[in-house]
Design a protein around this ligand. Sequence first.
Ligand code: 6R9
Length: 654
Amino acid sequence: MSPAAQTETKLYPPAADVVSRAHVNAEQYSEMYAASISDPVAFWAEQGKRVDWIKPFTQVKDVNYNFGEVSINWYADGTLNVTANCIDRHLATRGDQTAIIWEPDSPTEAAKHITYKELHGSVCRMANILESLGVRKGDRVVIYLPMIPEAAYAMLACARIGAIHSIVFAGFSPDALAARVNGCDAKVVITADEAPRGGRKTPLKSNADAALLHCKDSVKCLVVKRTGGQTTWIADRDYDYNEMALEASDYCKPAEMGAEDPLFILYTSGSTGQPKGVVHTTGGYLVYAAMTHQITFDYHDGDIYWCTADVGWVTGHSYIVYGPLANGATTLMFEGVPTYPDAGRFWEVCAKHKVNQFYTAPTAIRALMGQGTSFVEKHDLSDLRLLGTVGEPINPEAWNWYNEVVGKGRCPIVDTWWQTETGGHLMTPLPGAHATKPGSAMKPFFGILPVVLDPQSGVEIEGNGVEGVLCIKDSWPGQMRTVWGDHERFQKTYFADYKGYYFTGDGCRRDADGDYWITGRVDDVINVSGHRMGTAEVESALVAHAAVAEAAVVGYPHEIKGQGIYCYVTLMNDQEPSEELRKELVKWVRSEIGPIASPDVIQWAPGLPKTRSGKIMRRILRKIAENDFGSLGDTSTLADPSVVDDLIANRAGK
Ligand code: 6R9
């Protein structure tokens, strides 16, 4: 993010019609925010009523942020079922309303409109199928599906019977899938024959076959028909969803779950080691997802809402499925990509389905911006009322284009900052309450107390016009509860560096007006097209190749992707660098992790800059990748400073 991006101060106040329709205006925000901070228990007890409880809670909040004894509980003695809230409670009033609009990859294939009644039947059938495969309360189910309605059915079917789902993005490789199946000891993997995307097909079932070779024999595979493409079939392991659905009952009783029973696990990248399984639980998560969905997007009954994320990411969990459905919304699910068949697809879909709220990632906006305005202008976007972004900082150029070309200057933009760990938005302007600034996440959501800490001392920096690391002072109901199977790692990652706070891993600036700007990760996590990746993951994939002795990976500014993946690779003694080997390593990383981890740059490095104790000095590698040689800082502690000269002289693409 360029420094200019953070000094942009032009204010875009909300228009009068936006304010008058909004659930929350400026005055209400101030009042409610103050109340949420001064008496969180009363505030969240009230918000807890958004959800129908089987047994109402009497306890609201029980949280301990002390390192060594971290424990987070919300509504702990209440019981509920997520699908009773996302489906059953709507049946009497909106059974025939569309719950999910499904838009397929190809515009020539028909869209589907699935009503709440139909959703109920399909979810119950899938729940009964899972039970017939032996899945019980607390068991884990891995979902590896394209963006098809069955992905939502599968999530909700798990929630119906109290099973815990773990979705693996369909772009991940068999190895990544196997690691996640084994990581949570899943009983069943739900997949499809193939995943069409951008006119191409990913062979999901064969990927699952390859993954399952590395999993327990007892893992079953439920296969949804998407394309009808040929798949191999292993008797007594593979089950045909479409055939079983014909026989399955369309009623399944919702399981009574404790508020703190896990709802799902979602693997995400950290700065060290393998991805960790973020655990979200049932009651608090649903309250928070529903509340943020309604208020941030100013969702009203009858609106058509579209979030372009994949359900493989947290955004798809909270803002395609759980939040919208809890609110009885019509949520659009899109199987394709923004540029297929051309760069007008998003706008064509908005016009076709009369979308009111549209939520996407800066990387998509930047890519489409590069294609010019004609693709937008062809389509009638007069139903759009609000635009949202998520996943990475948005640069003012992209913000302005989104505002002017897509929103015609009349749609507020909500730049929502949050994380897999947070379950829902933590900072965002609210459309009827706040003026916006291009690139700023502006204000904390209700109940959220952001603090800016000095990175070295860990002391809170008071006042405005300050910068540091971003921590959150107290808990909120949507917060993750633990790392699956590793509570120690949970505490170490989020509560060890800055005692008494939740550490976000992001840096931030509070400007002169007290508004927040996220400046990017302060750890070894990079953000490539809004996808989070640990540099350590890419490094371990590289060194798993026989030709590679050592590798160091950093992010560098990339025009479209936000950050690109820059790899410094030291080869084994007997290996010669070549274009062929470079291509092979790129292919290798793609197959080890998935296409989203494709290295953008590989630089051959005879040596890496290390301290005398052997620690790679990433700061220096980052600077070289950024082409910023003037500010390498102190290199005197390096074991061999000449390494740096070589890396600069041979910087890739120079
Ligand atoms: C929801 C999601 C989380 C990381 C986060 C931050 C970055 C997300 C942002 C943003 C600036 C925004 N991030 N939203 N940075 N402005 N509006 O993206 O979750 O995949 O876990 O990524 O993404 O760095 O820490 P996740």
